[in-house]
Design a binder for this molecule. Structure first.
Ligand SMILES: Nc1ncnc2c1ncn2[C@@H]1O[C@H](COP(=O)(O)OP(=O)(O)OP(=O)(O)O)[C@@H](O)[C@H]1O
Ligand SMILES: [Mg+2]
Ligand SMILES: [Zn+2]
Length: 342
């Protein structure tokens, strides 16, 4: 098939593409983010393909209730909307070192105990490194297989041979699709790789979890387009210095996006926090001024949180207001309402 090569300038921040280089991205206004990337475009397929394509009515589509696979991690199942939907593509994003690999290896552990065939493909860590992490977590069964690979053509081959039910790709930024043309991690590569994984997931009815690194702006590197392609987007967040982690659904084609999952990072992996309120209020001083307990709704769960306020005399001419962990503009708005009405 004839291929024509062309070059495009992709913004590495937002993923917009432009025919010419510019210093500033017109779309997201970041400087120096445009990078030239080549991509190969397949010539339009012959029109005969259209004649073969069959349409079907809704009634003809088999309505077998697709059974969800439980991960046996309650907090994760909740965020997924009640378990893994077969054939779905799930993106797990998060800051470096937040525990993405740990969470997914734990999913592997639980699924393999149920004799679900799982294939963990790492492009970042050696088998030894994965072994060290696994040893901390405890028992694994033989229905989990590991592979260190970055070439997606090989990955596809292995998946076709092994026919697993669930595949983990750690991470999308390390994967390399020969069709993509440019370097791993670049926008067009990430896009091409995700496209290939999407084909595998839908074509073979395999659930694929994809790890995505997050840029300093807090979006998955190689960006929004990726979020449109996948079925579910989960973000793993939390304080790197505190041990609790929150898993949040940002997009879910099979469930609500309001639910959160709360975990605690321990030496043997992530453990579920079933009563986040207790966790949030842990160590709260009794009878201290400026501390109040409030109730916040996260999905279907009410969570008790502690709000602290502090007022001191200022040594400057203008007093200053600040907020941490809460939108500052919203604080100003609430203060204005209080001053006006009370
Ligand atoms: N022995 C240990 N005890 C407690 N916590 C540990 C231990 N070893 C690692 N951790 C925690 O695990 C985290 C790393 O987890 P993991 O490798 O799963 O993160 P990741 O999100 O996959 O990171 P990366 O972006 O580098 O792939 C560390 O930040 C640390 O908090
Ligand atoms: Mg990792
Ligand atoms: Zn941009």
């Amino acid at each position: 098939m004839a291929k024509n090569k062309s070059t495009v300038f992709y913004c590495q921040n937002c993923g917009a593409d432009f025919p010419k280089w510019q210093g500033q991205c017109p779309s997201c206004h970041e400087w120096n983010t445009l990078v030239e990337e080549t991509f190969t475009k397949e010539e339009k397929k012959a029109r005969t393909a259209v004649a073969d394509a069959k349409t079907s009515t809704l009634k003809e589509v088999s309505a077998v209730d697709t059974e969800r696979i439980s991960t046996h991690i309650g907090e994760l199942d909740r965020v997924l909307g009640g378990g893994i939907v077969p054939g779905s593509l799930i993106l797990v994003g998060g800051d470096p070192g937040i525990g993405k690999s740990t969470l997914l290896l734990q999913v592997c552990q639980k699924l393999s105990r149920d004799n679900v065939r799982v294939l963990y493909i790492s492009g970042e860590e050696s088998l030894q490194q994965i072994r060290i992490r696994a040893d901390r977590m405890g028992e694994f069964t033989d229905s989990l297989s590991l592979l260190c690979e970055t070439n997606l053509t090989t990955v596809r081959g292995v998946i076709e041979r092994e026919k697993p039910t669930v595949v983990i790709i750690d991470s999308i930024q390390t994967m390399y699709d020969e069709e993509g043309g440019s370097a791993p991690g670049s926008v067009s590569q990430v896009r091409a790789s995700t496209g290939t994984l999407l084909q595998i997931a839908k074509g073979m009815n395999i659930t694929i979890f994809v790890v995505g690194h997050v840029t300093k702006e807090g979006v998955v590197a190689g960006p929004r387009v990726l979020e449109h392609m996948v079925d579910t987007v989960l973000y793993f967040e939390g304080d790197r210095y505190a041990s609790y982690r929150v898993l949040r659904g940002v997009k879910n084609r099979f469930g609500s996006t309001n639910e959160i999952g709360v975990f605690e990072m321990r030496s043997d992996g992530l453990s579920e926090v079933e009563n986040p309120s207790q966790y949030m209020l842990d160590g709260r001083p009794e009878g201290a001024s400026g501390s109040v307990v409030a109730c916040s709704m996260e999905g279907t769960r009410p969570i008790l949180i502690e709000v602290q306020g502090l007022v001191t005399r200022t040594s400057f001419g203008n007093p200053r207001r600040t907020a941490t962990g809460f939108d500052f503009n919203r604080v100003n708005m609430l203060m204005a309402v209080l001053e006006k009405r009370l």
